[in-house]
Design a protein around this ligand. Structure first.
Ligand SMILES: [Zn+2]
Length: 118
């Protein structure tokens, strides 16, 4: 059983959907206590109003910043993909030339042996 004091102290967490294990007791208190239910509703409404005003005030610059951040992130992802592709190509070339050298040596050795011991 939760008391009004605790329920009221948990209201901000409730609005953030951050109640954790206290959620059931809190919900139960809100269900049975009309005073806290009213308080929670008021708090919710005032927060909604506040966040709406804040959104209107900062919407343009925030959108711009987000846009730039998204673009930077995309750019970075493309660049690291390119680096990865270059690394793959580099390693392929290295491995192929290593195989080439090995085969070349083998052929030369075979050729030498054939020449010396026909
Ligand atoms: Zn209450």
């Amino acid at each position: 059983m939760m008391y009004c004091e605790e329920a009221i102290s948990l209201m901000p967490a409730c609005l953030e959907a951050d109640l954790g294990s206290k959620a059931p007791a809190f919900q139960e208190h809100i269900r049975i206590c009309s005073s806290c239910r009213r308080k929670l509703k008021e708090l919710e409404e005032s927060r909604l109003l506040l966040s709406r005003q804040r959104d209107q005030a900062y919407n343009a610059p925030r959108g711009l910043v987000q846009d730039v951040l998204v673009r930077l992130e995309r750019e970075r992802a493309i660049r690291s993909n390119r680096t990865f592709a270059l690394q793959v190509v580099g390693w392929s070339v290295l491995i192929l030339s290593a195989i080439h050298i090995v085969f070349y040596r083998v052929f030369v050795a075979i050729g030498d042996r054939n020449r010396h011991h026909p």
